[in-house]
Design a protein around this ligand. Structure first.
Ligand code: HEM
Length: 154
């Protein structure tokens, strides 16, 4: 029997060194339903949590810098969901692996990053702002593409 629980699956794929699985972009409807401001608020929550969490040392030190970084990141997520190309306009070509290369991103740091992202998603999930299908597509994107950013061993 289904008691109205959602079918969302936030499990995390294990990182396998040297394997970069194919990435599928999130459904554009995730952006339509959450809205640009909703994505900006999401990235603000995420960066404020990163700022005080276990991987804070790889991120900018001040809260003010983190607020700015969050909005560049929001530009990217709006763009990857088929929205306006804010990131290209403000920062240039994404080249995400290259941009992450200066930072030590270990498999364990990826786990913290994903768990922190899931927590930041909570108001969107609990508020049923978007369908389970669109939410899942966004999580799947994070889950898979975050493996590409790993560039160091634990
Ligand atoms: C789905 C995977 C990921 C995406 C789409 C993503 C996206 C981004 C974006 C758009 C930026 C800003 C780049 C700029 O403004 O020039 C950024 C920066 C950064 N990311 Fe990621 N990232 C991902 C995974 C990770 C992971 C797993 C970590 C670490 C555990 C990480 C750590 C950082 C750091 C340290 C920066 C630099 C500071 C900042 O500008 O935020 N990222 N990322």
């Amino acid at each position: 029997m289904n008691f109205g629980t959602s079918s969302l699956d936030f499990s995390i794929l294990p990182y396998v060194e040297g394997v970069n699985p194919p990435v599928t972009k999130p459904n554009p409807a995730f952006l339509t339903e959450v809205g640009e401001q909703g994505i900006r608020d999401l990235l603000d929550r995420f960066y404020m949590a990163l700022h005080v969490g276990p991987i804070k040392d790889i991120f900018p030190e001040s809260k003010e810098e983190m607020k700015i970084a969050a909005q560049f990141s929001a530009d990217f997520f709006i763009q990857i969901c088929a929205g306006p190309k804010y990131f290209n306009q403000n920062r240039g070509a994404p080249q995400m692996r290259g941009r992450h290369a200066p930072f030590r991103i270990t498999p364990n740091a990826r786990l913290h990053w994903l768990v922190t992202f899931e927590e930041a998603l909570a108001p969107i999930i609990e508020g049923k702002v978007t369908s389970d299908e669109n939410m899942q597509s966004f999580w799947n994107y994070l889950n898979v593409f975050s493996q590409w950013m790993v560039n160091s061993k634990d």
